[in-house]
Design a protein. Sequence first.
Length: 276
Amino acid sequence: MKDTPSNSRDYRNLQPSQIVDTIDVLARRIKERFPQSGLFRVAVELHTLAQEAVVRAEKIRRPNILLRGFVLLLIGLVVALVAMTARSIRLNNEVFQLEHFVQTIDSSISSVVFLGAAIVFLFSLELKLKRKRALEAVRELRSLAHIIDMHQLTKDPERVTGRGAATASSPKRTMTAFELGRYLDYCSELLSLLSKTGALYVQEFPDPVAIEAVDQVSNLATDLSRNIWQKIMILEATARNTQAAAEKAATTDKPAATTNTGSTIVPSQPTSAVTS
């Protein structure tokens, strides 16, 4: 069915509720597969951060009413000052005196410049406050990305095959090849959803500094996910090699049922000690 214009707009922006729901489903999947794992607690934390991101991004998007009220007040003062200056200049003999004219204009310009600087400061202050909130939130996501990476750090796919002896300090490995593959895949999904959560902060706040910070987190998540997929590829290759070796061994051990000419081999009968 062809999308209507109203539905097609839904695919031009990230939907915060969809991201939160997807993380929630992923957390439940991890709990059902690995209920006692630390990765489940990490997924719950990411779900919490995603919920907070929806609220924070909305606050960042909204204008600061208090600061903008001060800006409007200062703009009104500038207009009033200009009007008062114009009224104070009277067309009499004093206006043509250079000293009096320069003195009046100089005091007015100084006040206008001061008020204009205050307006610019308040505008930049609003931007700096929003940027600070966004960068603090992105820093939390960057830390969580490293925590996810720490959870997959000791998951070595080659140890599933039993190659090499474990040492006293080796981490316990109780996962099967299938479980390890699912665990690594969950880590990759968490990193992907983490980068989508970061994108919520700059979707309605196109600040160059904040966008650069979000891009750095996205690149970090991509690099970490690439390392995870290298492990998954090794695990899949090991599983294919093991399966191929098992099939080859089964084919080699099968007893021959026919001779080279295709005739059936009849097993020999024991010779009877008594002749007929």
